[in-house]
Design a protein around this ligand. Structure first.
Ligand code: ZN
Length: 294
């Protein structure tokens, strides 16, 4: 229909209502509309019903042949100067009518498709949202992984541990050394050594020797010694005070023998006090522990 924008503006003066009407999706809300040609008055008569969020609006208009709005009425509180009028006028502006009376009814099929499309859009949004969540979680996971890996040392070589067994006050005690091809370094603080392995901390043993600790920094046999060390240290925490440099063996004796039996002899060194050496020597022999005695 021939309707000019300035005519819509003239009828719906309120800027907000005008804009609302302009951008309203009329097909969503217009339930039915009839336009008939009134021959005796030479104008069009339009009646329509809209449904917006369970509110019904009854709109009627009288439009001249050249597109002048002669009368407009809506049952909403704005009485014909409203978004409903504006929206229908914008709709009519685009509508091509070939014969009168013209009858429009909301297409249920079209409406259903709209509903389906809306549901599909929401579904897609939910999927997208879920994917975003998953991606975020993956990124966090990956970050954690990177952090862990970057804190693990780059290993150019693995070190070996050596256990030193001594007898003291009728007990067996063990101390530990780290071996390098040229030197050996005594572990002076077992607690900080174990903590360094757990948390990948750098320990400096001498001016020229230090490294970031981790299980991977030690060869496989030495890792067994570290596992034993961990276990034994927990108990020694209650048996000793101050910085722990050697571990006292008590209940762990059997486990210690078993471990030493399977490890190569270079992993253990046994020093005995002359006076009590025989009894320990016999004990070791009885348990068939084949070690090089120093
Ligand atoms: Zn209205």
């Amino acid at each position: 229909m021939h309707i000019q924008e300035k005519e819509i503006r003239r009828v719906v003066k309120d800027e907000k209502e005008y804009r609302y009407g302009r951008f309203m999706d009329v097909r969503e809300v217009l339930e039915r509309m009839t336009i008939s040609y009134d021959e005796s008055n030479g104008c069009y008569r339009m009646n329509a019903r809209m449904s917006i969020q369970d509110e019904k609006y009854i709109i009627s208009m009288k439009i001249s042949q050249d597109g002048q709005i002669i009368q407009s009425h809506c049952n909403c509180s704005l009485k014909g100067q409203c978004r409903h009028i504006a929206s229908i006028l914008f709709f009519l502006k685009k509508l091509t009518i070939t014969s009168y009376p013209y009858f429009y009814e909301k297409d249920d099929q079209w409406n259903k498709q709209q509903q389906l499309a809306k549901i599909e859009r929401q579904r897609q949004e939910r999927i997208l949202h879920k994917k975003q969540q998953e991606s975020l979680e993956l990124i966090h996971l990956y970050k954690d992984q990177l952090l862990r890996e970057s804190s693990a040392p780059f290993l150019s070589q693995q070190y070996q541990l050596k256990v030193f067994v001594q007898s003291k006050k009728d007990h067996l005690w063990v101390a530990f050394k780290i071996l390098t091809p040229h030197q050996s370094y005594i572990i002076k603080n077992i607690e900080s050594f174990l903590k360094a392995i757990d948390q990948h901390i750098h320990i400096q043993y001498s001016k020229n020797f230090g490294f970031i600790h981790s299980l991977e920094a030690f060869d496989e046999d030495s890792r067994e010694i570290i596992a034993f060390m961990n276990k034994c240290y927990l108990k020694n925490q209650y048996l000793q005070q101050g910085i722990i440099k050697t571990l006292m063996l008590s209940d762990e004796l059997d486990e210690f023998y078993n471990m030493m039996n399977v490890l190569p002899s270079s992993y253990c060194d046994i020093a005995f006090d002359k006076k009590i050496s025989d009894s320990f020597r016999n004990l070791f022999k009885r348990r068939k522990l084949y070690l090089r005695f120093s």
